[in-house]
Write a protein that binds this ligand. Structure first.
Ligand SMILES: CC(C)(COP(=O)(O)OP(=O)(O)OC[C@H]1O[C@@H](n2cnc3c(N)ncnc32)[C@H](O)[C@@H]1OP(=O)(O)O)[C@@H](O)C(=O)NCCC(=O)NCCS
Length: 175
């Protein structure tokens, strides 16, 4: 199967997407479009089958900032103590008919390249993702680390695990 990864377009049919995770599916169908086309607060990249343009998976990303000292990671000791630019993967899901075929990995790799672009354009310290329990192993496979937060979880997403990949590690992975 030939796969392309490209930005979501208004004409794409999101209605049939089903990853098996209700929240991931609901976000894609109801909010990914308006966030990108109307509010401009986050873009969605989709993996499609080249010929049919059927959607196989998606990742919604946004630029964000974070006071990196909130994460108890030793490599941040020398960072300044104010919010720094960070690339955030807000949602990522693969349709259950196409899981375990390497598509999630391809989509994630594309996100690593986007983080490098952001680094070049405006600066970026790495990628942050709020991982659901079942996906922690997937992100670990790509060197993401669980980032313990100083006062328990981040208040915005209390039920998920914050995971982090530094821009330095991203360069190593891609080179
Ligand atoms: C988690 C998910 C994104 C993985 O996508 P996928 O296309 O099935 O994964 P891939 O086939 O690309 O797997 C890539 C690698 O990660 C590993 N992997 C995939 N899912 C994994 C998991 N849950 N735990 C541990 N490793 C995993 C694969 O074994 C593979 O490793 P390999 O290259 O050494 O063979 C997908 O299963 C999914 O959408 N699940 C439901 C929604 C969800 O949980 N989304 C994440 C929200 S944070």
């Amino acid at each position: 199967m030939k796969i392309e990864i490209r930005k979501l377009e208004k004409r794409d049919n999101r209605a049939d997407f089903s990853s098996g995770d209700i929240e991931i599916d609901r976000f894609f169908v109801k909010f990914a479009g308006q966030n990108q086309f109307k509010h401009k607060i986050g873009n969605t990249y989709i993996a499609v089958e080249s010929h049919s343009q059927n959607i196989l998976g998606y990742a919604t990303v946004t630029s964000s900032s974070m006071n990196i000292k909130e994460l108890k990671l030793s490599e941040f000791k020398k960072f300044p103590n104010y919010p720094l630019p960070i690339f955030r993967i807000a949602r990522l899901g693969i349709d259950k008919r196409y899981q375990s075929q390497g598509i999630g990995g391809k989509l994630l790799r594309k996100m690593l390249y986007l983080a490098i672009e952001l680094e070049e354009l405006v600066g970026c310290v790495g990628i942050l993702v709020d991982a659901k329990d079942d996906a922690i192993g997937f992100y670990k496979r790509y060197s993401f680390e669980i980032a313990p937060v100083v006062d328990g979880e981040l208040p915005s997403r209390p039920m998920q695990t914050v995971m982090y990949l530094s821009i330095r590690t991203i360069h190593k992975i891609l080179n």
